[in-house]
Design a protein around this ligand. Structure first.
Ligand SMILES: *Cc1c(COP(=O)(O)O)cnc(C)c1O
Length: 358
């Protein structure tokens, strides 16, 4: 039976991407060698790196003020690299606290300078995006950091803010899912394993002019300038993760790019939220405009319903639906590679369950 995999990350990739990644492991571009056993400095792999970067630039309309990087260490290393490169001991940075990842980012920044939370939605277990109440003192901050989509809680900035200071966004779980204006940001980063590729690489889109302004010495590997100078090849890059990300971006381009996938994503979320809003046995955790189009969190009416529904999921090949441990309930992650058809099958499952147990 074909599974319906709602895992939040590492998450599903299009089946053509998996098949082609598999082929490259055996025979990469008819070289007679595996992708895993060629030099990252070979012409073949340098082409992969350049093509991946080009696809990012094309799909997101990134201009030449920016550099696209592919780094190790996941999104979590960016929590430290950002303040290390951009926040002086004497400066201050602003953080929007809309979830656990945002909180982790703030904690790292506090190691390097003053970092303040401008708001915090932990009072309601992060089930909403607070508004920004801008005050004068914020204008002298080095940057504002936001998390565009809160993977764990199922909230998302429906409209991304624009502010008069550099804006930095963790877009790990909604990059390439909707139109964004890159020029509104000074730095965007995303761990690949949610919506872009396998685990092992983190994409960074950085405005070059923001660098070189802090007074501390920066270790070579943690300095963005190193990776810009060496085109993400200062040391051995995660070749498989980059190659598979390239395949995903080619796939995305071939189906119609962001304009197309955004419509599909809106339709999937509409179908699922509409069912959860009317199904008497389930309740969505997030209301209104802050609902994520990528991670849909919901719970059953009671423990018994949840237990029974888990059995139904198991019988029907639905996997990866458990909510995060601090949230409970269920979470359906419906990233780009999830089809409308699979979401519709899941909606029918919720309907049949209500008919039987309601
Ligand atoms: C998964 C996730 C992270 C952590 O990513 P790693 O690559 O595992 O460090 C950070 N931020 C968000 C929004 C995420 O969804």
């Amino acid at each position: 039976m074909k599974k319906i995999n709602f895992c939040s990350g590492p998450a599903i990739l299009d089946s053509s991407v998996i098949a082609n990644a598999g082929k490259a492991l055996i025979d990469f571009n008819k070289t007679g060698l595996s992708l895993l056993e060629i030099s990252h400095r070979s012409i073949e792999f340098v082409e992969v790196m350049e093509k991946t970067k080009q696809l990012v630039k094309e799909l997101l309309d990134v201009n030449d003020d920016y550099e696209v990087l592919f780094l190790h260490g996941g999104a979590s290393l960016q929590f430290c690299m950002i303040p290390f490169n951009l926040l002086d001991d004497s400066g201050h940075a602003l953080y929007s606290i809309t979830g656990q990842w945002a909180g982790n980012a703030l904690k790292e920044a506090q190691l390097f300078g003053k970092a303040l939370a401008i708001h915090d939605s932990s009072d309601k277990n992060f089930n909403y995006i607070p508004t920004i109440e801008w005050v004068d003192s914020y204008n002298s901050a080095s940057y504002l950091h936001i998390t565009s989509n809160n993977t764990i809680y199922g909230t998302q900035w429906s409209t991304l803010p624009t502010v008069g200071i550099p804006l930095i966004a963790d877009m790990s779980s909604d990059i390439f899912s909707r139109k964004i204006k890159v020029s509104d940001f000074d730095l965007i980063y995303a761990g690949a394993q949610k919506n872009m590729g396998p685990a092992g690489v983190c994409m960074v889109i950085i405005k070059k002019e923001i660098l070189g302004k802090v007074n501390r010495k920066i270790p070579t590997m943690l300095d963005y300038q190193t990776h810009i100078n060496h085109k993400s090849m200062f040391n051995t890059p995660p070749v498989f993760a980059i190659y598979t990300s390239m395949l995903t971006l080619e796939w995305l381009k071939s189906v119609g790019g962001i304009e197309y996938i955004e419509k599909v994503n809106e339709e999937k979320a509409r179908l699922l939220y509409a069912e959860l809003d009317k199904n008497a046995l389930f309740e969505p955790m997030v209301k209104g405009k802050d609902r994520s189009l990528m991670n849909i969190t919901f719970r059953g009416k009671d423990e018994n319903i949840e237990k029974k529904f888990k059995e139904v999921c198991k019988e029907n090949g639905v996997v990866g639906l458990d909510g995060y441990r601090t949230v409970g309930g269920f979470r359906a992650s419906i990233y780009n590679a999830m089809s409308i058809e699979k979401v519709s099958i899941f909606v029918s499952l919720l309907q049949d369950f209500e008919a039987k147990h309601g």
